[in-house]
Structures are given as structure tokens and as C-alpha cells.
Design a protein around this ligand. Structure first.
Ligand code: NIG
Ligand code: FE
Length: 408
């Protein structure tokens, strides 16, 4: 018996599509049925071996056919909450080294500067494939343990053709959502000839990375890439069959958001400094605003105003931005707690943003919700409601995680 099930198959009044006393049936990698616990008990009578792990399906639908194997594992949620696996649509998980010293300096007043990226680039270039792979796999375990079942990973700490290619290749070993971010910063060796670097990103580097990547991203910000450079990079990626996403409006106002909308990017991420025209452009677009509150937490900057975006009708996602500089956490529960406490979101909006919102930001319709036909990516919380994710911050409430129907 699932005490509170968040399906995200919702209504305007309840975007989380909440069911009480529910059940979900999983067959193979997919959700087969969603319904009430009482209906699940009836179904169970028709079976040899009991009813499935989690059962579900909209009311009037026919009961599912019992799996041929006849083997059904039953998990009793014991009245606790089940939510879709988290979709973390923004991470930078392939890197070496650590920048705890920068964090420490920030906590005594030194502001965050994107220049620290070059330190991670140096450490990453020096690391072997195996060292990067070991670290990456440890991060994947860390994500899974915290309920994240879908995640995007960006390159951007290589910044040579060969290094970017290997970061994209390593990322592709653990996710389909790989983003080419050769335009993260201009590396030191190109500092005096940035045009040549943009040319490289749009040419040889893109050609090397595109086979491993779905997305192209650019850090459109003072100190990184200008709007015009950013537009060139995105256009080159799109011409190569990649889809666009943008880092924008993180450190100050700028054109990142409007560029993202103009290029029909799936998402523009950070969105900390927005003017009314940015909000209006987002509201009229298919571009998701992905907020990354781990960054403001870790850099002591003002949080983005999620309430303003939601009230304007913008689709909002939240993600971890896990990286060694601006947000070294992979915890989606922490993002939810921060979104609620610091950004004006309700607990339901924050949980939606961390699941269905992330799926929208990745233009995925097979994850981020619990409904028949979707991937069976589920999280059982050791709590009676999803609200506890924000109400009990810092407490590990993720009890069990299933990805593609398999317990992790
Ligand atoms: O998303 N904004 C650009 N890139 C990262 C920070 C990377 C770093 O500091 O190493 C971000 O915040
Ligand atoms: Fe980022």
C-alpha cells in the first residue's frame, strides 16, 4: 500500500497527480498499471503468486495481463510515499580534482568567479581515462542512492579536441543524455585568440564530440562567451544534429535567456538574474527554466525567484549542477529543500520540478512521471508524504530506488 503516490499525471489543481492508498504494477522495464491498493488486491486474487511490486493505472482501465513468467515480486510500501525517480537535467560529473579551497575562501567573502573552471580543466587533462571513469562511476552510485534515475552530464573540463572527446565518450558510458560543452570557458592557451577557440569548438571539437552527445550547451556569461559567440556555438551544434541548452543569467543580467528562447533551446539553466522581458520570453516559449539552487547555496549568492517564474506560467525544473566549483552536491532532495525554503516554491512544485520538470528540460516523455508505458523509475521514501523531502532537510529519506523496473 502506497500511502501517497506522486504520478505527475496531474490536473491544474494537483500537478503532482496525487493518489492515496495506491499501487503500481511493473512489468519488465515499464509501468504496466496504476490504481488503488484495493483494486490491486482484487487483481491479486486472479494471480498465482500475488501482485506486483507497485501497481497502477488510471481508474477505468482493464486489469493488466499477468506476466507470462508468473513470477511477481510484491513490495509493500507500508503506507509510505512513492515518487518518480529524480531527473537531474544538469551535471558536470566527468572531472578530476577538487576546489574546496575556493569554497572556503567564498565563505569568508571571496566572490565566485568562473575562472576556477580552468583549475579543474588542468586536473582533468592530467587524469587517465580510468581515473575519470572510476570517479564518474562513484558519482553515478551517489546519484542512484539519492533517488536520481535519469541524469545529464556535460563535458567542459577538457577544452581540447582530444580531451572533450574523451569526456563525452566516458559520459556516454553512463547516460544517453550527454552534452557537449566545449564552450565552457576559453582555455588559457587561447586567451589571446578567443575567436580561434570558438572556431575550434564549432569545428573539429564538435565533430569529435557529436557522435557521443545529444546536446550542445554554452556558458553565455561575462567572463565566458558573448551572446554572439554563444549563438555561433549553438547554431553549429544544431547544424550537426544536436539539440540546444544554455547556461545563462547566472552571475548577472544578460542575453542568455533570450538567446536560448530564440534558438528553441530545451532549457536555459541558472536564471538567477532575470528582467521582465526574460520572464515573458520564457513564458511564451517551450524553453524550460532550470534553477540550480546548489549554486547559490555554495557561492552565497541570491537565489533565483522561482515564484515569479511559476506565476508567469514558465515551466520550471530544478537540478543539482553537480560540479567541483559552484555546486559540489548531487542531492536532489537538497535541491527540493532549497527550492522550497529559498525560492518560493511549494513542496509539490519542487518535487514536480525535480522529476517531471527535469524530464521536460531533457525533452523526455518516458521518465519523470508514473503512468502505464513509462519507464519504471520509482523512489520509495521512508516518509508518509513527498513534503517530507523539504520538511526534513538533510535526512536521507530515500529508502529504495528502482530504475527500469530493477531495484538499485
Ligand atoms: O554551471 N556556470 C558554469 N559552469 C558551472 C561551474 C563550473 C565550475 O565552477 O567548475 C556551473 O555553475
Ligand atoms: Fe553548469
Amino acid at each position: 500500500n502506497i500511502g501517497e503516490l506522486t504520478t505527475n499525471v496531474g490536473t491544474p489543481d494537483d500537478p503532482c497527480g496525487t493518489w492515496r492508498d495506491a499501487a503500481v504494477l511493473v512489468e519488465g522495464e515499464r509501468i504496466a498499471w496504476v490504481g488503488s491498493a484495493a483494486d490491486a488486491r482484487t487483481l491479486r486474487l486472479g494471480r498465482d503468486t500475488g501482485f506486483g511490486a507497485h501497481e497502477m493505472r488510471p481508474k477505468a482501465a482493464d486489469p493488466p495481463q499477468t506476466a507470462q513468467s508468473g513470477h511477481l515480486e510484491v513490495v509493500d510500501a507500508g503506507g509510505r510515499a512513492v515518487i518518480p525517480g529524480f531527473v537531474d537535467s544538469h551535471t558536470h560529473l566527468v572531472f578530476a580534482g577538487d576546489r574546496a579551497d575556493e569554497f572556503e575562501a567564498r565563505m569568508t567573502g571571496t566572490p565566485y568567479a568562473a575562472g576556477g573552471i580552468r583549475r579543474t580543466v588542468a586536473a582533468t587533462r592530467d587524469a587517465s581515462d580510468d581515473a575519470l571513469r572510476r570517479r564518474l562511476r562513484a558519482f553515478v552510485d551517489e546519484l542512484h542512492a539519492q533517488g536520481t534515475t535519469t541524469f545529464e552530464i556535460k563535458t567542459g573540463y577538457g577544452l581540447t579536441v582530444a580531451d572533450e572527446e574523451r569526456l563525452a565518450r566516458l559520459a556516454a558510458e553512463v547516460t544517453n543524455e550527454v552534452t557537449f560543452l566545449g564552450a565552457h570557458v576559453v582555455p588559457q592557451e587561447y586567451a589571446e585568440r578567443r575567436d580561434d577557440y570558438v572556431e575550434l569548438v564549432c569545428g573539429a571539437m564538435l565533430r569529435a564530440c557529436a557522435p557521443h552527445s545529444r546536446w550542445v550547451d554554452v556558458f553565455c556569461e561575462k567572463g565566458a562567451f558573448t551572446p554572439e559567440e554563444s549563438r555561433r556555438v549553438l547554431a553549429a551544434g544544431i547544424a550537426h544534429g544536436l539539440e540546444a541548452r544554455v547556461h545563462g543569467n547566472q552571475l548577472g543580467p544578460g542575453e542568455g535567456v533570450r538567446l536560448a528562447v530564440a534558438m528553441d533551446a530545451a532549457s536555459v539553466d541558472h536564471c538567477t538574474y532575470l528582467d521582465d522581458a526574460d520572464v515573458a520570453a520564457l513564458a511564451a516559449s517551450d524553453t524550460v527554466a532550470t534553477l540550480l539552487p546548489g549554486v547559490e547555496f555554495s557561492t552565497r549568492q541570491p537565489y533565483p525567484d522561482a515564484r515569479r517564474l511559476l506565476d508567469a506560467g514558465v515551466t520550471v525544473a530544478i537540478a543539482s549542477d553537480c560540479n567541483p566549483g559552484s555546486s559540489f552536491t548531487s542531492s536532489m532532495p537538497l535541491m527540493i529543500a532549497l527550492a522550497v525554503r529559498e525560492m518560493g516554491m511549494t513542496p509539490a512544485e519542487a518535487v514536480w520540478a525535480a522529476t517531471a520538470g527535469g524530464a521536460r528540460a531533457l525533452r523526455r516523455d518516458d521518465v519523470g512521471a508514473i503512468a502505464p508505458g513509462l519507464r519504471a523509475d520509482l523512489v520509495l521514501l521512508d516518509a508518509p508524504t513527498r513534503t517530507h523531502l523539504a520538511y526534513r532537510p538533510g535526512v536521507p529519506l530515500v529508502e529504495r530506488v528502482w530504475k527500469d523496473g530493477a531495484a538499485l
